[in-house]
Design a protein around this ligand. Structure first.
Ligand code: ZN
Length: 271
């Protein structure tokens, strides 16, 4: 938790409205921590729209926080990390039908065949999908080239991961890439300061609601793996969401610690 007290690399939102940033990975029925049932995505989004929430991209939400202009409406953003193929196949049609622009954070760059290399045993989007996502009004955000624990990298490697990810995606979309998500959610003051040099905002995996007072380079999100059934989905747009997120924060912090140990062990094994 030390990283949250360091203050030299942050830019705090001064005012504006809360922004609920939903975090998804793959859209599948598998039931593991990376999957979310495709059928529930539309339900989750529809529930927020019905309750009067306005859909924005992650950078759109961050811009509202930065400008501090209250809009009189609650905002939400849909984000997907890693660019899994199921997000294109299952998510894109649903979001397009609902008129919701979403943000996909892509790591890596497409190979000669045009596809991103598979990850976690899953196929991923192609350059054509990424281009079409942006052309349809969605946002493409950066998520590094090799998906490392950025806190372990040298200064040169840290900037290279960010700059190359940004330029590779800009080449595909023809649009500026202004948002970033930290791989595994790992960041510290040095990593956040680097992100500020390349992007206008960055997402963490800390469970919470971004809003006035949030660091724009450590935007909290709602991990949707914790909202994988209808009973819990009802909490999303209700008055108890904050209390529920506080309850989840303990176990989430422990699982982040376990994840960090695993990633470090793998990095050491690879030399
Ligand atoms: Zn990732």
């Amino acid at each position: 938790m030390e990283q949250m007290r360091e203050c030299n690399s942050e830019e705090r939102a001064t005012a504006g409205n809360p922004v609920l940033i939903l975090a998804f990975h793959a859209l599948e029925e598998k039931g593991d921590v990376l999957s979310y049932p495709p059928s529930l995505l539309g339900e989750a989004v529809q529930r927020l729209l019905d309750a009067g929430w306005e859909a924005v991209t992650v950078s759109g939400g961050a811009a509202r926080l930065r400008s501090g202009t209250p809009v009189g409406r609650r905002l939400f953003a849909v984000s997907f990390d890693d660019g899994y193929r199921s997000v294109w196949d299952e998510g894109f049609p649903v979001l397009e039908r609902l008129g919701v622009p979403a943000t996909v954070f892509i790591n890596g760059r497409p190979d000669v065949s045009g596809a991103l290399s598979p990850m976690e045993g899953r196929t991923r989007m192609t350059a054509a999908h990424i281009h079409a996502w942006a052309a349809a009004g969605g946002e493409v955000g950066a998520h590094t080239i090799t998906h490392p624990d950025l806190t372990l990298l040298t200064q040169a490697a840290l900037h290279q991961e960010m700059a190359e990810s940004k330029s590779a995606l800009e080449e595909i979309t023809g649009a500026a890439v202004t948002s970033f998500a930290y791989p595994f959610g790992f960041h510290d003051a040095r990593v956040r300061a680097a992100a500020r040099q390349h992007f206008q905002c960055a997402c963490s995996t800390e469970q919470g609601i971004a809003g006035p007072g949030s660091d724009l380079y450590s935007l909290a999100r709602i991990e949707m793996a914790d909202f994988r059934d209808r009973a819990r989905l009802r909490l999303l747009s209700g008055p108890w969401l904050g209390a529920w997120l506080a309850l989840l924060a303990g176990p989430r912090w422990l699982s982040q610690r376990r994840l960090r140990r695993r990633v470090r062990a793998e990095a050491e094994a690879q030399g």
